[in-house]
Design a protein around this ligand. Structure first.
Ligand code: ZN
Length: 160
């Protein structure tokens, strides 16, 4: 397993819409493994392929709730409830943003065997999956900041 470089804001690749995976091959499985390794070694609980510079619809998550998730082409099928919590992101290390998201989700995608599966998630895992799906659509936590907070954040990042 390999530690991959994490793409950081304001890299362009984080703003692109990622491409769907046509089929799960050895290449995707290796990518899943390396993404997991990179996520764990960075103390993250989720990672999306654009964060390692690859614009493909692949995500991994591990919230320590016993649920290791690897999904290709994840799609939100159902959402329920609401919940607000502060979120960070390995690609935007200086930001913490309070974000309201659904509390429960059903996500459909391809697992590492190329089978269509539905993942039911609640609480933190639901939040992580929604955060990673945002990445596949070029969306970042700073997009949830208030206008003023965002201006301040951008000023601080530019000064570095
Ligand atoms: Zn993120």
């Amino acid at each position: 397993m390999k530690m991959l470089d994490i793409t950081k804001y304001p890299s362009r690749i984080l703003r692109e819409k990622s491409q769907p995976i046509k089929e799960i091959t050895g290449k995707e499985i290796e990518l899943f493994e390396n993404m997991f390794f990179t996520m764990r070694n960075s103390s993250g609980i989720g990672l999306a392929a654009p964060q390692i510079g690859i614009n493909q619809r692949l995500i991994v998550a591990d919230t320590a709730a016993g649920a290791l998730v690897r999904l290709a082409n994840p799609e939100i099928i159902e959402v329920k409830g609401k919940n607000k919590m502060e979120e960070g992101c390995l690609s935007v290390p200086e930001a913490l943003v309070s974000i309201e998201r659904p509390d429960e989700v059903i996500i459909r995608g391809l697992n590492e065997e190329g089978k269509i599966v539905e993942v039911k998630a609640k609480g933190l895992l639901a939040r992580v999956l929604l955060h990673e799906i945002d990445h596949l659509n070029g969306k970042l936590i700073i997009d949830y900041m208030s206008f003023l907070k965002k201006i301040n954040f951008n000023l601080r990042s530019k000064r570095k």
